[in-house]
Structures are given as structure tokens and as C-alpha cells.
Ligand binder design. Structure first.
Ligand code: SF4
Length: 390
């Protein structure tokens, strides 16, 4: 299956290509993959084990892409099916699905990450009717063998379901190969994030998010090649010396960098984050010495930091946030949450209090996915920076 760059990307530097990659069906890697007979599956939640989808199968290969909603401008169609008290990320993703933006998908795998996402699954299944759709049921507690066995069984069920539909059964060796590719991806992404949190960051928070998003929509082998090049290009740059303040961001799902852009439009730089689309996503390697299905299950389900959807795991989550904040020498932490996002409403409050104990000031902001109130948010960030003397 060809994973090299298509079209005009050849003239761009690796950083330029990864920070300007077209979205969804316009993405040359996705188009290439489909034209070469591959299938593309969409997923949303960080508890969907990408390696299980990406591993070579008998009939064809699957490219897992993480579903964002960049470019959405309305939720009119989604709001016919979804309650207005559901999070606007879910409603925007649904809007794109209902209006054909995700028609290129051969399958969709969602989870019970939260009740908003569970409802999204039902409408996607019943109203969009993709060729394949599955719900990965993930327990909300991790302590006890029953739960890890439950998650393992869900992965096995997913493999069987895809096998029935597409005759897809990954071998142990192909799973091990996918694990090696994805562990390399995590290593490289951690290297990239380290270039953000040094005294003179080699890239902005917006660039880091654009590169991470490219990683969510490219074959990981091709992405790893490009990312290694991009890291060299970035490392050769002088770095940002005039940052007004060093900021960390945490909270609800972000795939559209506009929120980071607002913070950085004040002169601050977002030098690290604890987002499930950012630094958190690449924490924790898959053990390459045990059975690959069990290893993948253990890494995804038992990893720390977990998602605040988990009843347990808060001490590990706050410890990770504190470690990153101190390593990156941040001047402040901005916690954002999408309106009605239950998981982060509570988590942001708790983490905010604990981070303040380190004498690191925090700001908690509520927002919508579409960003209709950028002016208000920028004013809040400006006021916060002035309050902390920046
Ligand atoms: S942003 Fe919050 S409410 Fe929306 S899908 Fe994620 S966890 Fe659920």
C-alpha cells in the first residue's frame, strides 16, 4: 500500500506539509490510501486502539483517522436529531457526517466515552448508516481484572466484527509490526513536544496542534517519516525568544487550533498541554514483549494519565499535569471546557485548585466548539495575563 506523499506536497518542507495538510476527503494521504484499495475508519476517542485497525489484514488494510469537525459552520442538521444540551463538538462532527463530509469512511468506531458521544454513535448508526459502525464499550473503572478482561473482550469483538464485514483478520506478527510503528510515533511526538517546552520553544502551540492533527489523519508509517524530518527542521530554528508568557492548556477535546490561536494572538506561547488530542495521547508505550492484543489493551485501558471519564485515576492525572507544568516552567494554566462537557467540568475545577497549590495561576474558560465568542475569550486571556503580571 503506497504511503508516499501525493501531488504538490513535494515542494513543501516537512513542517509546512504537516501544518497545512488538507482535511478529510481532501487529504492526499487519505485519497491515496483509498485509491490503492485501502479502507478508512473514523474514530473519536483515545480509548479506540488504533493498532488493532492499522495492522495488516488478509484482504486489505485500514487507515484509522480521528474525527474532527474543523470547518463546520452550523449544526442545523445535527440539531434535528441531537438535544441542544449536547456538547457542540459532538454536534459539529454529526453535522459533517449528516452532510456527507465523512462519506469516504468505510467504518466508524465510537465509544461510550461520555453520554454525548454515546448519543452520537446512535445517530451515526441510524441516520448516516455507514458501511460499518461499532461501539467499543469501555468500563469507567480500571481497578480489577474484570474490567481489563471486559476491554480485551471488546477489542476481540471489534476484530471479529470487522472480520465478518471485510474478511479482515490481523496476524500476531502484523499486530506486533503496528505496535512498533505506533511506539515509534509516540517517541517522535514526545520529541516534538520537548521542542515546545524548552526555554526558547522551536514551535508554537498552533503548529504543534496542526502537526498532531496531521498525525491523526495520515498512515503512521508515512507520518513518522515526515515527523522525523520536521523535528530536524524545527531543531535547526533559533526558537521563540519573545514569548510574553508560557502557557499550558488542558480540558475538553480540541482539534481545531483556533482556541490556541487566540491565546497566542496575545503574545503568549502554549508550550505544553494535557489534551487527549495532544501530549496526553502519546504518553505510555505498548509492551512489545507480550501478546500484542493483551499489550495493546493494557496500554490503552490502563494508561496514565487516563481520561476524566474514569472514576479512578485522578491522582495520576493531576501528577502528570503538575509534572508537565513544572518541566515546561509555565507562567499559567488555562483550562477550557466545551459547554455541557461533564467530564471536564469537574476535572478542570479539581485540577485548577491543585495546580494553584504550586503557585501557578490558572484560568478556567467555557467555550463552544464553533468559536462564536472569540472576542470574549481573548479579553479573558488578556486580563489573565495582566493579572499574573505578564
Ligand atoms: S468534549 Fe466532553 S462532552 Fe464532548 S465528547 Fe469529549 S468528553 Fe464528551
Amino acid at each position: 500500500m503506497s504511503t508516499t506523499t501525493a501531488g504538490s506536497a513535494a515542494t513543501l518542507s516537512a513542517v509546512e506539509e504537516l501544518t497545512t495538510l488538507p482535511l478529510r476527503g481532501e487529504n492526499p494521504y487519505i485519497r491515496d490510501w483509498k485509491e490503492s484499495g485501502g479502507r478508512v475508519f473514523g474514530y473519536t476517542c483515545s480509548y479506540v486502539p488504533e493498532e488493532i485497525l492499522y495492522a495488516e489484514g488478509q484482504s486489505s488494510r485500514i487507515l484509522p483517522i480521528r474525527l474532527g469537525a474543523q470547518g463546520a459552520t452550523t449544526m442545523d442538521d445535527a440539531d434535528i436529531h441531537m438535544h441542544k444540551f449536547l456538547c457542540t463538538y459532538c454536534r459539529c462532527v454529526m453535522q459533517l457526517a449528516l452532510t456527507g463530509e465523512y462519506d469516504f469512511l468505510d467504518g466508524v468506531v465510537l465509544t461510550n466515552g461520555c453520554e454525548h458521544m454515546r448519543r452520537t454513535f446512535e445517530i451515526w448508526r441510524d441516520q448516516v448508516e455507514p458501511p460499518f459502525v461499532s461501539m467499543l464499550s469501555v468500563p469507567h473503572r480500571r481497578d480489577g481484572d474484570t474490567q481489563i478482561q471486559w476491554y480485551c473482550d471488546e477489542i476481540t469483538k471489534l476484530i471479529d466484527e470487522i472480520g465478518k464485514k471485510y474478511g479482515y483478520l490481523p496476524s500476531k506478527e502484523s499486530l506486533r509490526s503496528a505496535v512498533r510503528t505506533y511506539n515509534r510515533y509516540r517517541e517522535l511526538m514526545q520529541e516534538l513536544y520537548a521542542l515546545r517546552s524548552i526555554d526558547h520553544p522551536k514551535l508554537s502551540g498552533v503548529e504543534a496542534m496542526q502537526i498532531a492533527q496531521a498525525g491523526f489523519s495520515m498512515p503512521k508509517d508515512a507520518f513518522n517519516e515526515k515527523l522525523a524530518e520536521a523535528i530536524q527542521e524545527l531543531d535547526a530554528k533559533p526558537g521563540i525568544k519573545d514569548a510574553r508568557a508560557r502557557i499550558m492548556v488542558g480540558g475538553s477535546y480540541i482539534d481545531d487550533p483556533w482556541f490556541i490561536e487566540i491565546i497566542e494572538s496575545t503574545g503568549a506561547v502554549v508550550v505544553t498541554d494535557v489534551l487527549c488530542t495532544g501530549r496526553k495521547y502519546v504518553e505510555g508505550m505498548v509492551d512489545e514483549t507480550i501478546d500484542p492484543v493483551e499489550a495493546i489493551a493494557r496500554r490503552y485501558f490502563l494508561r496514565d494519565p487516563s481520561c476524566p471519564r474514569m472514576v479512578d485515576g485522578y491522582p495520576e492525572r493531576i501528577a502528570f499535569t503538575k509534572k508537565l507544568a513544572q518541566e515546561a516552567k509555565v507562567d499559567g494554566v488555562i483550562f477550557e471546557r466545551i459547554t455541557f462537557c461533564d467530564s471536564h467540568t469537574v476535572e478542570n475545577l479539581m485540577e485548577g485548585e491543585d495546580i494553584e497549590e504550586l503557585d501557578i495561576p490558572t484560568l478556567s474558560l467555557e467555550r463552544e466548539y464553533l468559536g462564536g465568542d472569540k472576542g470574549r475569550l481573548k479579553t479573558r486571556v488578556q486580563a489573565f495575563l495582566e493579572k499574573i503580571g505578564k
